[in-house]
Write a protein that binds this ligand. Structure first.
Ligand code: OFO
Length: 167
């Protein structure tokens, strides 16, 4: 059984994962309106990934004798971006914020001497590292080709082909 304080903190993280999923989803929708099919595919796909992160947490909470639920008042963004650079910058900041929350959660589970939760959260540490690196790489590339429409088109095609080959 996990203690109630840990359960409450994990429920907060479950909600954050859902918020992440919805953020990627709303960003994907905006990008789709710009006609960049590859990048929008990447964002839709990642929205599903975040939902899987949420489910993984829910299943863990229940397995440890808690009751997984989503907090009320979920943050949903319907923002219209001015550029892809702005969007990926926001995403990068978001992922860094999530990484900090995971780190705080690990420290808290250590304080509470919950080694199961500490161990469980290691998966999220790896995941955040991968995500931060990936989003930062994309942001970097977008900054390089910022005003080059052909460059942007080719970059989008690259991402599109990557997804085509995965199917
Ligand atoms: Fe759930 O991995 Fe990012 O936010």
């Amino acid at each position: 059984m996990m203690n109630e304080k840990i359960e409450i903190e994990l429920i907060k993280q479950t909600t954050r994962e859902l918020e992440s999923s919805l953020l990627y989803l709303s960003m994907a929708s905006w990008v789709e309106t710009t006609g960049l099919g590859g990048i929008c595919e990447f964002l839709y796909d990642h929205s599903n990934e975040e939902k899987k992160h949420m489910l993984k947490l829910m299943r863990y909470i229940n397995k440890r004798g808690g009751f997984a639920r989503i907090k009320k008042n979920i943050v949903i963004s319907n923002k219209q971006y001015t550029s892809l650079k702005e969007l990926f910058q926001e995403l990068f900041e978001h992922e860094k914020k999530i990484s900090k929350e995971i780190s705080k959660l690990i420290q808290f589970s250590s304080q509470e001497k919950d080694i199961f939760t500490q161990n469980f959260l290691q998966w999220y540490v790896e995941e955040q590292l991968e995500e931060e690196t990936l989003i930062n790489e994309i942001l970097h590339k977008i900054k390089l080709i910022e005003k080059d429409q052909i460059g942007l088109y080719l970059f989008d095609q690259d991402i599109k082909n990557f997804y085509k080959n995965r199917k």
